[in-house]
Design a protein around this ligand. Structure first.
Ligand SMILES: [Zn+2]
Length: 258
């Protein structure tokens, strides 16, 4: 138990209450248990969304809620697909319910400023829907001042940073699954959890611009990654963490007029 932790689950309840009293802000990380190739563990999206939220929380004195560990189903065009054994996902309705329940729970604690820090591409619209339903319900019961901001951390990596970190060319965030972005962040934050000798250095996946159900497994590279992580470095990870967390902190400060 740490009284000065930004992570809610490490706090005693008395300290937590002090931190959220008087317009406190709660950041909810949303991850996934999803294969990330042979070189990284399946909790990458949990670790990165939680750590990103922690870096933001330190800058703007927010509390980071315990993360949403499971995510929405991995899509073939952005995460390799749910057919890859290991990837363990929730139905969309379940994610909606979790986002709604958590928004209502923190509202019940008196919190009126919430940020969802998303680390798994496929979660976003379901989080959005859950928050929308919660706000509608809160309004009906007379709570008019709840405000929620939804952010995906890679949206805060600007074009200048992209050209700096991808001199060889950028293939887009959807193909970044298990690629340079996530691997660099993991090398910076959790180096012991990355094995660069197991990176499959292959060209970016070529996927159609539509979805097929059930998926055609042969469209996903054998590694499960959609682009190569060979150019990932801890230095790039440090830059990505700094830029993305600063961008998110600024957005939250603007939205909540801090
Ligand atoms: Zn990921």
């Amino acid at each position: 138990m740490l009284r000065n932790s930004v992570y809610m689950e490490e706090l005693d309840a008395f300290t937590y209450r002090e931190k959220i009293a008087d317009e406190g802000m709660v950041l909810i990380p949303a991850g996934a248990i999803e294969q990330h190739g042979p070189h990284m563990p399946m909790n990458v999206d949990v670790l990165l969304s939680r750590t990103m939220a922690g870096a933001v929380a330190q800058e703007i004195s927010a509390v980071v809620a315990a993360p949403i560990v499971y995510g929405y189903k991995s899509q073939q065009r952005s995460g390799g697909g749910s057919h890859l054994t290991g990837t363990t996902s929730l139905d969309g309705a379940t994610i909606i319910d979790i986002a709604k329940s958590l928004t209502l729970e923190f509202a019940d604690h008196g919190v009126r400023r919430i940020g969802f820090v998303n680390g798994h591409f496929e979660n976003y619209q379901f989080l959005y829907e859950g928050v929308d339903l919660a706000i509608r319900e809160l309004k009906k019961s007379g709570v008019e001042d709840m405000k929620v901001v939804l952010l995906s951390y890679w949206d805060f990596v600007d074009d200048a940073t992209i050209s700096e970190l991808y001199p060889e060319g950028f293939t887009g965030w959807d193909l970044e699954h298990g690629g340079v972005l996530e691997t660099s962040l993991m090398l910076h934050l959790y180096p012991g959890m990355v094995d660069m000798s197991r990176v499959d250095d292959i060209p970016p996946a070529t996927l159609p611009n539509y979805d097929v159900l059930p998926v055609r497994p042969e469209l996903t590279p054998d590694s499960g990654c959609l682009s190569s992580a060979a150019n990932a470095t801890a230095e790039k990870g440090e830059i990505l963490l700094k830029r993305a967390s600063a961008g998110m902190a600024e957005a939250l400060q603007n939205e909540f007029r801090m």
